[in-house]
Design a protein around this ligand. Sequence first.
Ligand SMILES: NC(=O)c1ccc[n+]([C@@H]2O[C@H](COP(=O)([O-])OP(=O)(O)OC[C@H]3O[C@@H](n4cnc5c(N)ncnc54)[C@H](O)[C@@H]3O)[C@@H](O)[C@H]2O)c1
Length: 265
Amino acid sequence: MLRTALDLSGRVAVITGAASGIGRSSAQVLAELGAAVVCADINEGGAEATAKLIAEAGGTASAARVDTSSAASVDELVASAVAAHGRLDVMANVAGIMHTSTVIETTDEDLDRVLSVNFKGVFYGCRAAARVMVEQGSGSIVNMASSAIDTTNAGLVCYSTAKTAVVQLTKTLATEVGPNGVRVNAVAPGWTVTGMTGRHWTAEDGTEDEARKAAVAAPMLKMSPLKRVGEPEDIAYAVAYLASDAAKFMTGQILRPNGGVTMPW
Ligand SMILES: NC(=O)c1ccc[n+]([C@@H]2O[C@H](COP(=O)([O-])OP(=O)(O)OC[C@H]3O[C@@H](n4cnc5c(N)ncnc54)[C@H](O)[C@@H]3O)[C@@H](O)[C@H]2O)c1
């Protein structure tokens, strides 16, 4: 029964941020469950590489360029996915950027850039997908928040504010489109090893400093009762669950794959 509920055969999924990390892994897992996946990213080469990995594993995928900070670009992405496949069942708004600066140091440009990608990009994805899904009478939208919604970190104001806004967007949209058969949920991952976190130990030529990686991960490991940090697939499994009929009673919820680092009510 659960296998059937997780089966995404015949479904069409669009994933932003699919060139790397959590987005790439989510695209791979959704494809493994049977969905035809559109891998979208501002990094078109990376999106193509993800689609190739999926095809090599026997899945169905295509790649598309999108800049999620542009409403027109996101609208175009969703319109072409629907034109190509005739429907849209899953929209995973995963693309995001990291930025650190205190409130005092933050420039207008920093603030605009982070809110544009991390909040407005998710809003545009939600709006474009919801318009199609409401008409269709079904669909699941999964937004990427962060455990930064539950903690207060000096220097993370732009990022955590944008991610908290994603939570409010998720709940509001869930309320609006639930009667039309559309579910909207968010995933709030804990610290996960991806390109976003890897910048701390990865040189420009891609070589990794293992000692630096261990040093950066150490405080994260310490905070987790499970004594582990996240791998992209840990988060992708949460995305896949929310995308599938296994989560048919879930909407407006925030799922927290975070190793137990935060445990809000
Ligand atoms: N890695 C973590 O510890 C962690 C924790 C919590 C939440 N997250 C969130 O997970 C999501 C994925 O992050 P990740 O860790 O896989 O990082 P990542 O850097 O590996 O992937 C982010 C992807 O988003 C793409 N992207 C950035 N700006 C874009 C834009 N304007 N338009 C389209 N694509 C764009 C990038 O090209 C990249 O492929 C982000 O929203 C991030 O905030 C990550």
